[in-house]
Ligand binder design. Sequence first.
Ligand code: 3PG
Length: 221
Amino acid sequence: MSTELVPWVVDRLAALRMVPVVVIDDAAHADRLADALLDGGIACAEITLRTPAGLAAIRRLSHRGDILVGAGTIVNPDDVDAAVDAGAEFLVSPGFGIEVARRARARGVALLPGVATASELQAAVAAGISSVKLFPAEALGGIVMLDALGGPFPQARFMPSGGITLEKAGGYLDHPAVFAVGGSWIAPRAQIAAGDFRAITESAARTVAILEIGVSRVDRS
Ligand code: 3PG
């Protein structure tokens, strides 16, 4: 396989810098969730397939055009098809699987596979993927792990997630090999389920301000 597939998605994620990882229990909440994120200045979301509502939520958001929508928890080739059919513009996996990578390539969609070891990163790079998710970032040692993997794999670019808080996100974003950070603190599952979208907007706005990620409000007129 050749080099990076669908590089514009990685470029866009690199511009956005922060990817809210979302677990949604009711697809009817999807639009208000997107509004809440956008009102706080964040124009993307990774909707995980950990719940049955995930695909329907992706379907709703992919029609809007004002928010970049990805699918998370892609663990097999059927998930790739389901997420792409629902309109996901990028896919995120917790780990690396060659069948998932092959299906993503066949469907022409960007896949950010999870890596937790040098072996997994080596397999991803061999499959032509050098932009990956470092997962679970904090449990792996965080920045220290990024530095260690960056030695043998200078071409690798990372989206760390797993255990990252707002307090720690800035340190990751300062790392030259990090293009974006993922995390669930902006839109926690319980707040979405409770319909507390005001809290999500506040959290997004606080994240944008503290990380100085400079994402301006999206013009939705
Ligand atoms: C992920 O899938 O990226 C993580 O579950 C997000 O991790 P967090 O909930 O610790 O932010």
